[in-house]
Ligand binder design. Structure first.
Ligand code: ADP
Ligand code: ZN
Length: 362
């Protein structure tokens, strides 16, 4: 006897990204109109709680909406199962029901944890991303990846779980530490390299305006990054094929992070990874030397690193590439560049070439 359970379905996980300066103030009004819920739970970290969290909490409460704030200690070291357990316990203790909506207010760490919590609490509740760091605004808050780190590696536990909305307030970048802002620029450059030569040229021409946090320039780079990421994830929500493009700079980048015992911040590792993978593309005859130079020069103007710090063991970097989460049977596949604005996925690269490029980047 056989009983067939037919679960073929077309899901609609669509959502809007809203971008603007000072739109945090408009959140209560947006929630009332577009995202009604019995109860709102702001999840944030200890820094953002003070700068924006308490105000947002009061603002929403003043609009007669039931709201609570849960925070955890800021920093990547909080991105683990214990933090998730603590948040979930707090939610269960308060008996929040399934019509609760999580507001993930903060950088990438908050977004990843809060998204994960949303995806498992009572088998899944709604959530909205309110990213406040550049990395989160141009990258991690979009696409529905959630995750936490384990001692075996970063982001090894997680889910694909799309938010109901993403609200990006560009003015929050004014309080973001400068170095965090610069680190976020490597993901912006990555988006330009994958898909859009004109955007790359815009970055080259306007980098000082961007670094001075000019509103128009910020809105443009965030909008363009979100559009590029949108275009890619619409085609491939769960990273079966073209979404892999978004991994440009990350095979080497992740290996560097891990070889540095995570002392090197993600954005810095991606910057070196972008140049390394551009050079690998050059070695394979895909990318012209002049374009490699242009990439290096843009990274440098952004004050992003383009050489491997001395304390990192080069051999370890190559070894680590085979542990890459995206490796297939221990073989890393690279995303390389054919030209600025055009990426190529699934390329195998001989270790010899990687060693050569690593030596050049010392
Ligand atoms: P990510 O780089 O992935 O966004 P985090 O979420 O840890 O990583 O954010 C980096 C640091 O920046 C954290 O200490 C966080 O509290 C802080 N931060 C994030 N957004 C802002 C902001 N708008 N203003 C001030 N600090 C911020
Ligand atoms: Zn990244």
């Amino acid at each position: 006897m056989k009983i067939h359970i037919d679960l073929k379905k077309t899901e609609d996980n669509s959502y809007d990204i809203i971008i603007g300066s000072r739109i945090l103030n408009r959140i209560p009004e947006i929630l009332k109109k577009e995202n009604p819920a019995d109860n709102y739970i702001i999840i944030t970290d200890s820094n953002i709680k003070e700068i924006y969290g308490k105000d947002l909490l009061n603002n929403i409460k003043n609009n007669n909406l039931q709201t609570t704030l849960i925070s955890f200690e800021a920093g990547e070291q909080s991105k683990n199962i214990n933090t998730v357990k603590e948040i979930l316990s707090e939610m269960l203790k308060n008996n929040f029901d399934r019509d609760s909506l999580i507001l993930a207010l903060g950088g990438g760490v908050v977004g990843d944890i809060a998204g994960f919590v949303a995806s498992v609490y009572k088998r899944g509740i709604r959530y909205i991303q309110i990213p406040t760091s550049l990395i989160a605004q141009v990258d991690s808050s979009i696409g529905g990846k959630t995750g936490i780190n384990t001692r075996y590696g970063k982001n090894l536990l997680g889910t694909f779980y799309q938010p109901e909305k993403v609200i990006i307030d560009t003015s929050t970048l004014k309080t973001l530490p400068k170095q965090e802002f610069i680190n976020g620029l490597s993901e912006v450059i990555k988006h330009a390299l994958i898909k859009d030569k004109d955007f790359f040229n815009f970055l080259e021409k306007n980098i000082n305006t961007i670094l001075s946090l000019n509103n128009g320039a910020l809105e443009h780079i965030i909008k363009r990054s979100c559009e590029i990421k949108k275009e890619i994830i619409e085609k491939d929500e769960k990273e079966k094929h073209c979404r892999k493009m978004l991994n440009l700079g990350h095979t080497i980048g992740h290996s560097l992070e891990s070889a540095s015992s995570y002392k090197l911040p993600h954005g810095s590792a991606v910057s070196i990874g972008l140049l390394a993978e551009a050079k690998i593309s050059g070695e394979l005859g895909l990318l012209k030397q002049a374009e490699i130079k242009q990439i290096k020069s843009l990274l440098e103007t952004c004050r992003l690193p383009t050489t491997i710090p001395e304390f990192i063991n080069l051999k370890l970097i190559i070894k680590n590439t085979s542990y890459d989460k995206k490796a297939v049977k221990g073989e890393p596949y690279y995303v390389l560049l054919e030209k600025i604005g055009k990426a190529k996925i699934g390329v195998k690269v001989p270790d010899k070439i990687i060693s050569k490029v690593m030596e050049e980047l010392k």
